[in-house]
Write a protein that binds this ligand. Structure first.
Ligand code: ZN
Ligand code: ZN
Length: 483
C-alpha cells in the first residue's frame, strides 16, 4: 500500500508526479463530478494528478484456508449436503433387487445425480459472487433471482474449450495436449468469469481469461492447485476407506465429500476475486474518488488542503483557505475547529480572541459545553485575560466545578458585580462561587456571605434559594466549630 504523504495510516490514491506526493481522500476529497469536468489538480503545485487504488493487504486465500474448509458448515450449504446424502441413500436403498429393478434404480439415480451435480455448481457460482464482495455468509440455496442458465453456460464454455483443444489433435498431437492443459489450467478462471459477468462470450475469450490469470499472478497457480486437489477430495476420502465392504457407504462418501470440497474450492475462488478486485477492475477503482454534494465537497476540500498546506509550512495559505471557507459556511464547526487550530499556532492573538468568541458561542449553541471548556482552556494559555460571553462563561464555570477544578470555576466567574447588568441569573453566580469557594478553601465567613447574597437574589421559595440558604447555614456552623 502506498500511503498518504500526510496520513501514514491512510491509502494514498491520488498521486502528484511533480511533488512526488500521494494524497488520501481526506487530503484530496471528492470525485470526478466535483472537478467540473476538468482533471484533478495537485493542491500544492496544480499539476495533474493520477488516480490509482492498490489492493489492500488482505491475506491470500491459502493463508486463511481453514476459513474455507469451515465455509460449507453453514446452514444453507449443509442443507445442500444433506439433500445429497438423502438422495444417495434413496438411490441405493435396495441393492438386492433384480437386475431390471437395479437398472431402473440406476437410471433414476443417474438423473438425480446429474440434477444435484448441476445444483452444486449452480450454488458454487452463487458462492463465488457473494465472496467476491466479501460476503462470508453463505447465499440462499433456493434464490428465486438466481439464474440456472449460468451453470449451463459454464458447462458449455468448458465443453467448447475442450472441443477446440481436441480439434487441434488433427493438426498436431502435442499441440492438442498443450491446449488441453491450458484449458484445464483455466477452469477456475472460466468459473470465476461466468460467476461475475454471466457472459459465455467473456468466459470463452482467451484474452479475458489470460488477463484474469496474469493479474491474479502466482496466487492463481496456487488457486488452481487447491482447486484440483480439493475437487478430488471426495475420491481421496474413498481411498482412505478402501477396505470398507459397504458400497453404499463409499458412494455416499464420494458424493457428499466431493460436493463439500467443491464448495470449499468455490469459496476460495470468490475470495481470490475479492482480494484482487482492484487489479481485476472489479472494485470502484475505475471511478475516481467518491463524488460529494457540492457544499460538502467544498468544506472537505478546505479541510484537506489546509491540512497539507500547513504540513508543508504554508501557514498563510492554509489560513486564507480556511478564512474563505468560513466566509461561505460561517457555522460549519469543522472549519471553525480548523481555524481555531491555525490561530492557536499563530501569534495573531487579536484574531484568536475574535474567533474564539464566535467559536465558543457556536459550541455553546450546539450544547457542546465540554468542548467549549477544553477550547477555553487552550485560548487562556494564549490570552490570559480572555473572557467568553456571560451565558457561556457561567456554563463553563459550572463544567469546571463539576470537574473538580474549583479554582478555575472561581477565576472564571471573578467578581459577580463586574458582570454586565443584562446578565439575569445573578443568584446562580453567587451560589456557584460559594460552592466552589467551599471546596477550594475560601474563608468560611466569605462562603457564608456569598451564599446569603445568592439566597437574597434568588426567586423566593425556589430550589436555588433553598440551596443557597442551606449552604449559608452550613458554612456558618462550620465557621463556629472551627473557631
Ligand atoms: Zn492524507
Ligand atoms: Zn504537486
Amino acid at each position: 500500500m502506498s500511503s498518504c504523504s500526510y496520513h501514514a495510516d491512510k491509502q494514498g490514491s491520488w498521486h502528484c508526479p511533480s511533488c512526488i506526493k500521494s494524497f488520501c481522500t481526506t487530503c484530496f476529497p471528492g470525485g470526478e463530478k466535483n472537478f467540473d469536468g476538468t482533471s484533478a489538480r495537485c493542491p500544492l503545485c496544480r499539476s495533474e494528478l493520477t488516480f490509482s487504488v492498490e489492493d489492500e493487504d488482505l491475506p491470500p486465500f491459502w493463508r486463511i484456508s481453514w476459513q474455507f474448509f469451515r465455509y460449507p458448515l453453514q446452514l444453507q450449504p449443509m442443507i445442500l449436503l444433506g439433500l445429497l446424502f438423502l438422495v444417495t441413500q434413496i438411490a441405493m436403498s435396495d441393492l438386492s433387487a433384480t437386475v431390471t429393478e437395479q437398472a431402473g434404480q440406476l437410471v433414476v439415480g443417474g438423473v438425480l445425480a446429474l440434477a444435484l451435480f448441476i445444483m452444486v455448481i449452480h450454488y458454487g457460482l452463487a458462492i463465488i459472487a457473494a465472496l467476491s464482495e466479501e460476503q462470508w455468509q453463505a447465499p440462499k440455496l433456493f434464490d428465486s433471482e438466481s439464474n440456472i442458465l449460468l451453470t449451463f453456460k459454464l458447462l458449455v464454455a468448458l465443453f467448447v474449450m475442450y472441443f477446440f483443444a481436441g480439434l487441434l489433435s488433427m493438426v498436431s498431437h502435442s499441440l492438442a495436449v498443450i491446449a488441453s492443459v491450458l484449458v484445464t489450467l483455466s477452469i477456475p478462471a472460466v468459473t470465476m468469469v461466468i460467476a461475475l459477468t454471466h457472459s459465455l462470450r467473456d468466459a470463452t475469450n482467451p484474452a479475458i481469461l489470460a488477463g484474469v490469470m496474469v493479474r491474479i499472478g502466482w496466487s492463481y497457480l496456487l488457486l488452481w492447485f487447491a482447486y484440483t486437489a480439493v475437487s478430488n477430495g471426495g475420491t481421496a476420502l474413498v481411498w482412505l476407506f478402501e477396505g470398507t465392504e459397504s458400497i453404499k457407504f463409499l458412494v455416499t462418501l464420494l458424493v457428499v465429500g466431493s460436493a463439500y470440497f467443491s464448495l470449499v474450492a468455490y469459496a476460495m475462488m470468490g475470495y481470490t476475486l475479492f482480494v484482487n478486485r482492484n487489479k481485476l477492475g472489479l472494485g470502484n477503482a475505475e471511478q475516481q474518488g467518491v463524488s460529494l454534494q457540492p457544499a460538502e465537497y467544498d468544506c472537505q476540500r478546505v479541510l484537506g488542503y489546509s491540512h497539507l498546506l500547513l504540513f508543508e509550512g504554508r501557514k498563510k495559505q492554509a489560513f486564507e483557505m480556511v478564512k474563505d471557507g468560513l466566509r461561505r459556511y460561517p457555522n460549519e464547526m469543522r472549519l471553525r475547529e480548523r481555524m481555531h487550530r491555525l490561530l492557536m499556532l499563530s501569534e495573531q492573538t487579536e484574531l484568536l480572541d475574535k474567533h474564539s468568541q464566535r467559536y465558543l458561542a457556536l459550541l455553546h449553541e450546539k450544547g457542546n459545553i465540554g468542548a467549549a471548556a477544553r477550547t477555553l482552556d487552550e485560548v487562556i494559555t494564549k490570552i490570559p485575560g480572555f473572557e467568553p460571553e456571560p451565558e457561556l462563561r457561567y456554563a463553563i464555570a459550572n463544567i469546571y466545578f463539576q470537574q473538580g477544578r474549583f479554582d478555575k470555576a472561581e477565576a472564571l466567574i471573578g467578581e459577580p458585580e463586574s458582570w454586565p447588568a443584562s446578565y439575569i441569573d445573578r443568584a446562580g453566580l453567587y451560589l456557584l462561587l460559594a460552592k466552589a469557594g467551599l471546596e477550594s478553601g475560601r474563608p468560611l465567613q466569605s462562603v457564608a456571605e456569598l451564599a446569603a447574597t445568592a439566597g437574597k437574589l434568588a426567586t423566593p421559595a425556589s430550589q436555588q434559594q433553598l440551596e443557597a440558604q442551606q449552604l449559608n447555614q452550613m458554612a456558618l456552623k462550620m465557621a463556629e466549630h472551627s473557631e
